[in-house]
Design a protein around this ligand. Structure first.
Ligand code: MRU
Length: 360
């Protein structure tokens, strides 16, 4: 999608130089800064510190992180240690584990001398797949969006949570792919963007929607219910970090509350996710690990100071007790449909789209 009017992807690989460029998302929406990753350490840090974030992009970055790790040494132990290191960065988004398992599965049987080139090739294949799958989610979602009744004149009012857009993937996004497809097809859409405390990923969503020219309005998370009751929301669409076999969905904390409010207001609640986010080994949401993040994410707020420099303000003493679970689980019964690259299905019927997968 467009950044400064130019079609752009969120990640640029340079196998010939042994490096990958990413956008440092900790500096957005204030500055668009490309950051070069040249080592396993830098890739692991980028994922853990959320310089890259969003389930699909975490998976792709981890795949490239493994390619970076094999630059000087590609023996079995080195490969296993590098994969373990990357796997430990974030627990909830299954794309990370999926991408590393795919990379290891391909690389292990190869001769050591072949692994480096193969790793770069496979990481690139995962990145390309991500773009293709998100584009397909966009088209399937567009069909769905065309069918939704509008509560208010003309414009289709959507709501989203967190950032499941271009920035969270290599291109297009998951939840935002249908939004971009609708906007590009000439449908009048407007997006309510919830701020998503404490990391404020909604600011990223607002930034990328603005870059692509999609009308939107940022709201405090707690305003969602009021807007729904006032008839100002036609549908909610979110991404996912892990979808269990029964259709329960782990996504950014606060997603469950939106689903509950949708149910009370008879508003469709959609989840968009590619195959790499589906975890058929997790029977239901209870099997999904929920990341507990540093309490300083709540104790401090970030923004620009009077000199327009990035700054952090302490809003609570360092000793203040806080809890910071980063994700929640929305039960399948509250989800109107899941949109994947293969089509649209009820949350509890993922096997209709993926009959070849083993179901628990
Ligand atoms: O903690 P984050 O910012 O990596 O969490 C991201 C989300 O929860 C997204 O909504 C999710 O990954 C959707 S996938 C595009």
């Amino acid at each position: 999608m467009n950044i400064n009017g130019t079609p752009t992807r969120t990640l640029r690989a340079h196998p010939e130089h042994g490096s990958v460029d990413i956008i440092d998302q900790t500096r957005l929406p204030h500055a668009l800064h490309w950051l070069r990753l040249s080592t396993l350490d830098e890739a692991a840090h980028a994922i853990r510190a959320m310089q890259v974030r969003g389930a699909p992009l975490i998976g792709v970055t981890a795949a490239y992180g493994l390619a970076l790790a094999l630059s000087d040494e590609a023996g079995d132990l080195h490969l296993q240690n590098a994969a373990a290191r990357l796997r430990a960065t974030r627990p909830t988004a299954v794309n990370l584990h999926w991408a590393l398992a795919r990379m290891e599965g391909l690389l292990q049987p190869l001769a050591v001398a072949q692994r480096r080139t193969a790793a770069w090739r496979e990481a690139a294949a995962i990145a390309e797949e991500d773009v293709r799958q998100n584009a397909a989610i966009g088209q399937h979602g567009l069909v769905l969006l065309r069918r939704i009744g509008r509560r208010q004149s003309g414009v289709l009012n959507l709501m989203t949570h967190c950032n499941a857009g271009w920035l969270a993937t290599v291109d297009w996004g998951t939840a935002l792919a249908p939004v971009y497809a609708a906007h590009d097809a000439g449908l009048a859409v407007h997006v309510w963007v919830s701020e998503t405390r404490p990391r404020n990923q909604g600011l990223l969503t607002a930034w990328e929607l603005a870059q692509h020219g999609v009308p939107h309005t940022l709201i405090a998370d707690n305003a969602a219910g009021l807007l729904m009751r006032a008839g100002k929301v036609d549908a909610v669409i979110v991404g996912a970090d892990r979808v269990a076999a029964n259709g329960d969905v782990a996504n950014k904390v606060g997603t469950y509350l939106k689903a509950l409010a949708c149910a009370d207001n008879e508003i469709p609640f959609y989840v968009a996710a590619p195959r790499s986010t589906l975890d058929f080994a997790a029977a239901d949401g209870a099997a999904i690990p929920i990341e507990e993040r540093d309490g300083d994410e709540l104790r401090r707020v970030h923004g620009l100071d009077a000199d327009a420099a990035l700054a952090a303000l302490q809003q609570l003493p360092a000793t203040a007790a806080v809890a910071n679970p980063a994700f929640d689980v929305t039960p399948a019964r509250l989800i109107s449909a899941i949109i994947t690259e293969r089509g649209v299905c009820p949350a509890g019927r993922l096997n209709s789209l993926y009959p070849e997968d083993v179901h628990v």
